[in-house]
Write a protein that binds this ligand. Structure first.
Ligand code: MLT
Length: 411
């Protein structure tokens, strides 16, 4: 008799974004004439830029010729891609890494879930609330939690509320923990962790022997000077942090799939015998066993993001999305809706008008404005009464969505 992993049954509903899609497709089936604007899931709408597309095509053409064909690549990714990332994305920040510390993958969602393989189940984990649902749900799936309690929290996990009072930056956990997830620029609140705040986290982690899982998937959207793009800009972070990055939103790779995880060689954990051991070696072992690497043409395309031409074209698209963010933030603020984020991140976190619940606002927005967003409560109990709008969309759609919201709720 094959028993199931009962931990999955602890998860209350479907994963947030498929659940939203389900509700939207139900709505569009019954209202086929309505022009629905989707600002829910953070999915890019602009195509790959020409320099990246060319490299992608070249990579495919190489696969068509036995002299240039590539079979299995290194499980960790090609060295030349790791080196380009180090030279173009980390060195300008004053961060020096070795290619052996950079692991290329099919995305930061998968990595931030898979990383749990190299941590003992007995580790205590702290996550923000609200938070990118993957951190919470994957810890439930591996069995690190009990059931969900009546407040919407899973027993056994430690939650760090991110509220208006703490400007959506979590306070240190009150109890002892071993792992802390941080995400900056933050999904869903669109807010950022400042250099001083990040330094305080690194100091806390070193002092308390904590590993920080730092999700920097949206770092390319930072517009303000002196906001850290990488946790390794902070002294000592290589001893206490793993960083995730992604080409998904940065370069339109949501359907192409490429990301990376940095596991510094200095980062050590403790074995059951009390000896120190390298997390880098464990992650390497894990990837070699469970992953066969990202396809060659995709890695060629990813490297082209950092060519001079590729980056200039990519940056134009990032700026385009950030102009959308400005239009949403300013438009909604004019309508008297309290907004956060949207300056260093492609997400706007708004307080629902008239104290509506997040899902009530979702339904109202969909039914009356034909606009799709993401209910804040889907990201955790402290997200109740909030709502997330994504800046990924075509300009006309973004402007129309803002107009419809203003007409409905404007003062
Ligand atoms: C989001 O909308 O939060 C993201 O698109 C989800 C993801 O990146 O997996």
């Amino acid at each position: 008799m094959a028993r199931i992993n009962d931990n999955y049954l602890k998860l209350q509903a479907g994963y947030l974004f498929p659940e939203i899609s389900r509700r939207v497709s139900e709505f569009t089936q019954t209202n086929p004439q309505s022009s629905v604007i989707r600002l829910g899931i953070g999915d890019v709408t602009k195509p790959l830029v020409p320099a990246v597309l060319k490299a992608f095509h070249d990579g495919v053409d190489e696969m068509a010729n036995s002299a240039t064909f590539h079979g299995y690549g290194p499980e960790q990714g090609y060295n030349w891609l790791a080196q380009v990332i180090i030279d173009k994305a980390y060195k300008p920040l004053g961060v020096d890494l070795k290619p052996s510390e950079v692991f290329i993958s099919d995305g930061s969602k998968c990595d931030s879930a898979n990383i749990l393989d190299i941590f003992d189940l007995g580790n205590k984990v702290a996550i923000g609330d609200p938070v990118y649902p993957v951190y919470n749900d994957t810890n439930v799936m591996v069995g690190r939690s009990g059931q969900m309690n009546d407040k919407g929290y899973y027993d056994g996990l430690v939650y760090m509320p991110c509220t208006e009072e703490n400007s959506f930056n979590p306070d240190f956990p009150v109890e002892n923990v071993d792992l802390v997830y941080l995400c900056s620029p933050n999904n869903p609140t669109g807010t950022v962790t400042t250099r001083e705040q990040l330094k305080a986290w690194v100091d806390y982690a070193i002092k308390n022997d904590v590993v920080i899982l730092f999700d920097a998937a949206y770092e390319a959207f930072i517009t303000e000077a002196d906001i850290p793009h990488s946790i390794y800009e902070i002294e000592g972070a290589k001893q206490c942090a793993i960083e995730f990055r992604s080409f998904s939103k940065t370069a339109g790779f949501t359907g192409v799939r490429c990301g990376l995880t940095v596991v510094p060689e200095e980062l050590l954990g403790t074995t059951s015998k009390g000896e120190k051991y390298s997390f880098n070696k464990l992650w390497n072992r894990r990837q070699c066993t469970k992953f066969n690497g990202v396809s060659y043409p995709v890695q060629k395309a990813a490297a082209a993001v950092y060519s001079d031409e590729g980056w200039q074209q990519t940056k134009e698209i990032i700026d385009f999305y950030m102009e959308n963010a400005r239009i949403i933030r300013e438009g909604l603020t004019e309508a008297g809706i309290q907004c956060y984020g949207g300056v260093n991140a492609p997400y706007i976190w708004l307080k629902t008008p008239q104290g509506m619940s997040s899902w009530d606002f979702f339904d109202k927005l969909l039914n009356e404005c034909f606009v799709v967003g993401t209910p804040g409560s889907g990201f955790g109990p402290s997200g109740e009464g909030y709502f997330r709008l994504s800046a990924f969309g075509e300009r006309e759609n973004v402007e129309t969505a803002v107009q419809r919201i203003k007409e409905k709720w404007g003062k």
